[in-house]
Design a protein. Sequence first.
Lengths: 272, 333
Amino acid sequence: MFDQAESFVTADGRTIGAVMMEMKNITLRFGGVVAIKDISFDVREGEIRAIIGPNGAGKSSMLNVISGFYHPQEGEVWYKGARRPEMKPFEVARQGIARTFQNIALFEGMSVLDNVMTGRLNHMKSGILSQAIWYGKAEREETENRAVVERVIDFLEIQHIRKTPVSRLPYGLKKRVELARALAADPKLLLLDEPMAGMNVEEKEDMSRFILDVNDEFGTTIVLIEHDMGVVMDLSDRVVVMDYGKKIGDGPPDEVRNNQAVIDAYLGVAHD
Amino acid sequence: MFPDQFLFGVEVLLNGLMAGVLYALVALGFVLIFKASGIFNYAQGVMALFAALTLVGIMDGQVPFSHLINALFGTDVHHFGWHVPAFAAILLAMAVMVGLAWIVQYFIFRHLVGQEPIILFMATIGLAYFMEGFGDMMWGSEIKKLDVGIPQGGSFWIEEATAFLGGSNFYGFFIDQLDIVAAVVAIILVVLLVAFAQYTKQGRAMRAVADDHQAALSVGISLSFIWVLVWSLAGFVALVAGIMWGAKSGVQFSLSLIALKALPVLMLGGFTSIPGAIVGGLIVGVGEKLFEFLIGAPFLGGATENWFAYMLALVFLVFRPQGLFGEKIIERV
Ligand SMILES: Nc1ncnc2c1ncn2[C@@H]1O[C@H](COP(=O)(O)OP(=O)(O)OP(=O)(O)O)[C@@H](O)[C@H]1O
Ligand SMILES: [Mg+2]
């Protein structure tokens, strides 16, 4: 459809850029379980791309493939116009891809501020020795990183808990801190695995607003897994639908919603 | 003027503190690795022995593996014939410990990621015996004297300065200069380690890995780099402990047994707490000396230092299994 276009305008009038990441024929197996079966899709610059599907469809597995936590047996990952070799998660992160986890992975023993600060680690240049020798330079770098972190903290409205140990926070706030840490890395691509799971309506509204604002203000490309169909319809530019490891739909939210295979999957129609 | 008996008690306490600092140092090596990787490193004591052996070998200009070389080639080489100054030798020994950290990571623990803790523990037992044999093969197994220029013997200065405190039978506190140096070095080391962990990029990454591996990966931290780093730091701590202990009682196999003294320290302080290791070390050091002085020697026939620390740790385990600084363990049902 838009495959050849350098950029295009969505139904909502949003301009979406060129292809940034492309998954080509990805297959991922765990022993006998095929978590992802021959799936291809692309992610374009500046868009919010949703992945939806019933439980166990393979959505998190796909995100884990993108972020280097899982390595597919077959298929290729293309990033910024080049085929990406098999990478460890930390190498992927250093390419400007940040993520959050379905089950929240925060540094429970640290304060909110320290957690968000770890998001800046990749932007800290100074090694051990130069930090000891050029103390001034290290200090300037620290100040700069602190400024970025404070901006993110303001942006996500978590100033009031800056110094609180993460382990004392309620679930909804933890999810927000995890997003803050990912944002602090100043990512090109942001991967969010069910950022609103387990939240009440008000928290969900806040989180939706933050995701839209991030995309708007920083132009960050976002891949998002979400169960709440209403949220997906509101947020996303394009949607990939997965079921039992297969892709059963791909396109703008309205189109996908009316797709018969998608309706069947969500209503639990028996597979043949 | 204080009663002499009281002053002797104070002297025992001071000596206990000095011994405690060394226990703390060894315990610290354990804590560093355990926090970052969940590995309980049984080889920590042997690392101290190996570090001290390497240091002596380098200082004396010993040819490594000379026994093996001579057996294979029918030669008769033992020494290069030079002596390396202590400072340079310490730097070289440190480089060897970093190399060791790298080898341990790349040849052993890289292949054991995600294994059960008991398997990792077994691997460190294997490593301990391998290193013991390897150290012997490299540097020979005879007892060696280590002299890096630290003054030894009682400090006359302290004795004279404190003699006035007691009566004519009290000659001032007797404190070994080596112990004082050891205490000062250990304190500096701990301050440096804490500053490193708090304020440097690598230190932050180290704390992140200690807290959550998955999260650390997601912010771009290489776990293997951090593991090499903590094994290097543990090697550095082992080297310092090896120097202090070796200077005191010679470099020999028994040096590796100081690790056993670190066990009760860890039980007291908790396996994951740096302050715990320090405070635990001091409590064990002071506790065992004072107990011997007040109760052991007069009432129990002495030699209580061998078991006191373990008794104390056992009592502690029963009432506070998480250690002094560990968080309370609450089972979720
Ligand atoms: N590390 C793993 N080892 C073995 N099997 C796995 C692993 N990760 C995922 N799977 C399997 O892959 C399949 C897809 O799981 P995945 O977590 O990707 O689903 P999901 O779409 O994210 O589901 P949910 O909505 O419940 O989060 C499941 O059958 C799951 O059991
Ligand atoms: Mg999932």
